[in-house]
Write a protein that binds this ligand. Structure first.
Ligand SMILES: [Zn+2]
Length: 393
């Protein structure tokens, strides 16, 4: 096992764990801030979203933006980074059918498609959307995923970087300057107060993506080569994980916007919209680690990604979903606490054997790596069984 840790944020959280007084977020979530009443910034933003923001005015801003970019000959005029999931369905469908745009969806493929994920991508195509699918070679993808897991406690690592870089490369190549993502997660789910009133990625943010992708890739590759996980011939295709330079983005005039700035973002409503307009289908059973059936369904590694969040921060998939549903007014905090106690941290068994194979790890190696990412201020080992020291109440 490689002992190096590249992302140490999980060790840097406040040693005293506490929870938001309105939702079930904890202070371990990186970047999350709290006011004097222990209300987290995601809940503060929800107050703005539901009671103060003038969404009619925001829609006018969106129309003004789209008028600047709409093509006259029907050629593609906006890129929607998409997985075929409920959120990108909403964005692409509204752009095309409500605002008369010509979206090109761009998908960076998951490590391994689930059946329902693939089916929903087909449903999305059937609803009238052109999609460019980036299918990176799995030889490199699986090694980067393993290194992300071993070095940063996140097997999703290559997906994060690829899905950020690939749509930008397509924008440059096809000279489509407008890129519209769904929600700005740090605003909607916490940790991004400085972005509350910003619809567009600023130059310094784009530069930040380019630098952080390059720096982190370099570190990961260096460790991978040092430990014999990677050899130089594995690196064919690595450029797809690099965020394009600001100069190349500027050469096309790329602008990156967030639909959640212009449209009140409610995940459950997005789901109903996607079912109605794009034939989106939920899973047949709830996702492991939570109670829902319609979020993050397309990658067999999804469950493991959320399980690692639970190990590193004590915040599992259910905590995130229940917090968001409290803010949307769909459940109470008491209901959320019971759901978290019931589902958070449930181990994702369904695709575990395939995931081990993909990551080229034995089960023993897997658990050794997991234990490396348990911060001592969050976890106790009692008679060989790991327990969180603090749970939400
Ligand atoms: Zn909160």
């Amino acid at each position: 096992m490689i002992s190096t840790i590249l992302d140490t944020r999980f060790l840097e959280g406040d040693k005293e764990v506490f929870y938001c007084s309105r939702c079930v977020n904890s202070n371990q979530r990186p970047g999350l801030t709290f006011d004097e009443n222990k209300v987290c910034d995601a809940c503060e933003y929800a107050d703005l979203k539901y009671t103060q923001i003038d969404w009619g005015k925001r829609e006018q801003e969106l129309k003004t933006l789209l008028d600047r970019f709409r093509s006259k000959d029907g050629s593609f005029d906006v890129i929607v980074p998409s997985s075929g999931g409920k959120d990108s369905c909403l964005v692409a469908h509204q752009l095309k059918y409500k605002y008369d745009m010509h979206p090109l969806a761009v998908t960076w493929a998951p490590s391994q498609y689930t059946k329902i994920g693939w089916k929903n991508l087909e449903n999305f195509r059937n609803a009238g959307f052109d999609t460019i699918l980036g299918f990176p070679n799995n030889h490199l993808y699986s090694k980067l995923a393993r290194l992300g897991f071993e070095l940063s406690g996140d097997p999703f690592w290559p997906w994060h970087y690829g899905q950020r870089a690939f749509p930008m490369s397509v924008a440059i190549k096809h000279k489509i300057p407008l890129v519209i993502y769904g929600e700005r997660t740090s605003v909607e789910y916490g940790g991004g107060k400085e972005y509350w009133y910003k619809p567009v990625e600023e130059l310094r943010d784009l530069q930040g993506h380019a630098i952080s992708n390059a720096t982190n890739l370099d570190k990961l590759v260096k460790e991978g080569i040092n430990h014999g996980v990677l050899v130089s011939s594995d690196l064919s295709g690595i450029e797809q994980y690099h965020y394009p330079s600001v100069e190349s983005l500027n050469s096309v005039g790329v602008e990156v916007h967030w639909f959640s700035y212009y449209h009140k973002w409610v995940p459950q409503e997005n789901y109903y919209y996607a079912v109605k307009h794009c034939g989106f289908e939920p899973n047949s059973s709830r996702s492991e680690g939570t109670y829902s059936k319609y979020s993050s369904l397309d990658d067999k590694l999804d469950g493991l990604h959320f399980f690692l969040q639970y190990i590193k921060y004590g915040i599992g998939r259910c905590t995130s979903e229940a917090s968001q549903e409290i803010r949307s007014g769909h459940i109470t905090r008491d209901e959320a606490v019971s759901l978290v106690k019931q589902f958070d941290g449930e181990f994702p068994r369904e695709h575990f054997a395939e995931s081990l194979k993909f990551l080229d790890l034995s089960e023993d190696e897997f658990w050794l790596i997991i234990d490396k990412f348990r911060p001592p201020h969050l976890w106790d080992s009692l008679k060989g069984e790991w327990k969180l020291k603090t749970i939400v109440s």
